[in-house]
Design a binder for this molecule. Structure first.
Ligand code: NAG
Ligand code: NAG
Ligand code: NAG
Length: 356
């Protein structure tokens, strides 16, 4: 979750539209207010230069206006349209990404393409730059669900409050998709697929998830919700969730949203939506068919990256690896590189987005 928190901070610091043509124009106009010999000379040479380059200017204007047309088309693209476009066999795979995390998105996508499931991927864009970039390279595979998280408001209240609001959108998105009648798999993009997870999602349960606890479990462990830990609730990861369009799954999502509203963000409590997800699971477990996925196939990063003995013992069983239990964008990339999981350097051609 620290990964997600950092994502918001990075996003706040980066200007999504560094080159605004209107600002440039205003800057050029300013000298006219001080009409002296030098400014007149500069203006004259500017007019000459602009006149000389006018054929190029009109070409760039044409390009700009056509990309504006397609951008406004993607602004109107709804979740309903997007899901019915990407879903295969009634199933969609979603992630939520803001612009600084596009390299992680691409890495995750390459690993999914290797399992031949990339066609079902829908990127929930958390900013317009991501929406336009993904759809330009891979039309129809990104959607933005308004309202867009307001970076300026979040900044004003401190990025942790902004982060809380940002993650509380996730159960809403998942509920919308399930209510449209689709199966949905959610992944954080700091994950990498080593094998096809779908064979593990059989059996008509309502909700499938993974444990974020690093303690080693027996290979034949129970698939029930683990018992509550020290905080009175389990430690299930909200990083990888598979939901079926059943009343049980809808109940969990509604409870998750309710729990987020019941426990508004506080500094002491650390801002993320994982505790609320766990309270929701614990409180609905009698009414819902929950299914804990096998640890050997879906280990937390706290186990996979920290226990070489365990990795050796469970060799060949790993399906999705989560790059968590580590702080920092660069450290995550380095760790993936060290394990040969940073695929974007040499295998970008395998991504539906190509090299970013
Ligand atoms: C859809 O499901 C069928 C039957 O389970 C399977 O053979 C097929 O490969 C699936 N198609 C996709 C695109 O996943
Ligand atoms: C977070 O969401 C609440 C409820 O929707 C809203 O009142 C508040 O202004 C939001 N805070 C920030 C920082 O976006
Ligand atoms: C590491 O994995 C081994 C093999 O599964 C296990 O016996 C050991 O307890 C684990 N170590 C820790 C610190 O969890």
């Amino acid at each position: 979750m620290s990964f997600l928190h950092q994502r918001t901070q990075v996003n706040l610091l980066s200007d999504p539209y560094p080159i605004n043509p209107h600002n440039l124009f205003q800057n050029y106009q300013r000298p006219t207010s001080i009409l002296n010999k030098t400014t007149l000379l500069i203006l004259l040479s500017l007019i000459l230069i602009l006149g000389f380059f006018s054929p190029y200017k009109s070409i760039s204007q044409t390009l700009l206006s056509s990309s504006k047309d397609s951008n406004s088309k993607w602004r109107r693209y709804t979740l309903d349209q997007a899901v019915s476009f990407v879903a295969k066999n009634g199933t969609v795979i979603v992630c939520a990404v803001s612009e600084p995390y596009l390299p992680f998105l691409n890495n995750w996508l390459i690993s999914i393409a290797r399992q031949k499931h990339e066609e079902k991927v829908l990127v929930i864009a958390e900013d317009y730059a991501t929406l336009y970039k993904v759809n330009k390279r891979w039309p129809g595979h990104a959607v933005l669900i308004p309202p867009v998280p307001d970076a300026q408001t979040a900044h004003k209240f401190g990025s942790q409050v902004g982060f809380f609001n940002f993650t509380s959108r996730r159960p809403h998105h998942l509920l919308s998709i399930v209510e449209l009648g689709y199966n949905v798999m959610y992944n954080d993009v700091d994950m990498v697929w080593l094998a096809d997870p779908f064979p593990y999602l059989q059996g008509n349960h309502d909700v499938y998830f993974t444990d974020d606890m690093a303690a080693v479990k027996p290979i034949d462990h129970s698939h029930d919700l683990p018992p509550p830990g020290k905080k009175g609730r389990p430690y299930i990861c909200s990083c990888m969730i598979f939901l079926c369009p059943t009343s049980g799954a809808k109940l969990v999502l509604k409870k998750w949203i309710e729990e987020l509203q019941l426990q508004p963000w506080s500094k002491a409590q650390k801002a993320n939506d994982q505790p609320a997800f766990n309270w929701a699971l614990l409180k609905t477990k009698e009414q819902v068919d929950l299914y804990l996925l096998p640890q050997a196939a879906f280990p937390t990063g706290g186990l996979y990256f920290r226990n070489k003995t365990w990795v050796k013992e469970t060799k060949g069983k790993h399906v999705i690896i989560h790059n968590n239990y580590i702080l920092g964008f660069e450290k995550k990339i380095k760790r993936f590189r060290d394990y040969g999981f940073w695929l974007v350097d040499d295998h970008a051609d395998e991504s539906p987005l190509g090299r970013l």
